[in-house]
Design a protein. Structure first.
Length: 188
């Protein structure tokens, strides 16, 4: 599964915003932006989009709890699933047109991954970001880790492009190289 697009329809400080994740040979994306731009909100949005929204949310400072809504286009080998998630109890998953989807609609895309596994493997938490900033300020080394605790990225080789998303080229421990994207989140 890959996330092609995330819609922040009514969520946190966002209203009607969309984040595109362009396809790359080796797909990885880094979200960057100033403090309070919404990076952590986007991380939480992805997790809640895939695994459900809690009954009570601290992300209702603009939109009422009952109005919080996310959307996405997820891809796998079989095609693309475009859907919305809300806090509704009866039909939290719908098509963009509002038609109910079965609660287990994401199961074929998620496989056996649960929320804890997903966040450990694909999301950096606050502590990891602080450690990464400390290391990155003196050495161009990323702290991204795989299941085996081996670094996936050893060194940032190049950041290129003048518009968002910029391309990022990194090297792995074995000398392999991969190119991904950096998407900037701007403060509003």
């Amino acid at each position: 599964m890959r996330i092609k697009q995330l819609e922040l329809i009514r969520y946190g400080k966002f209203t009607g915003d969309t984040v595109d994740f362009p396809r790359s040979e080796l797909d990885f994306h880094f979200m960057v932006g100033p403090n309070e731009a919404g990076k952590s909100t986007i991380k939480t949005a992805i997790s809640e989009l895939l695994f459900g929204m809690p009954h009570s949310s601290s992300l209702d400072f603009i939109h009422h709890q009952s109005e919080l809504r996310l959307g996405a286009a997820l891809e796998n080998r079989e095609g693309t699933l475009t859907f919305h998630r809300s806090k509704a109890r009866k039909s939290p998953l719908t098509t963009p047109a509002g038609e109910s989807l079965p609660v287990d609609s994401l199961a074929p895309l998620l496989g056996v991954a649960d929320k804890a596994f997903f966040e450990q493997m694909f999301c950096l938490d606050h502590t990891a970001l602080i450690k990464g900033a400390e290391v990155f300020s003196t050495h161009p080394v990323m702290l991204v880790r795989s299941c085996s605790s081996q670094p996936l990225v050893s060194q940032v080789l190049d950041v290129s492009g003048t518009s968002s998303p910029k391309r990022l080229t990194v090297s792995g421990p074995s000398g392999s190289r991969a190119t991904g994207h950096i998407t900037s989140v701007k403060s509003s």
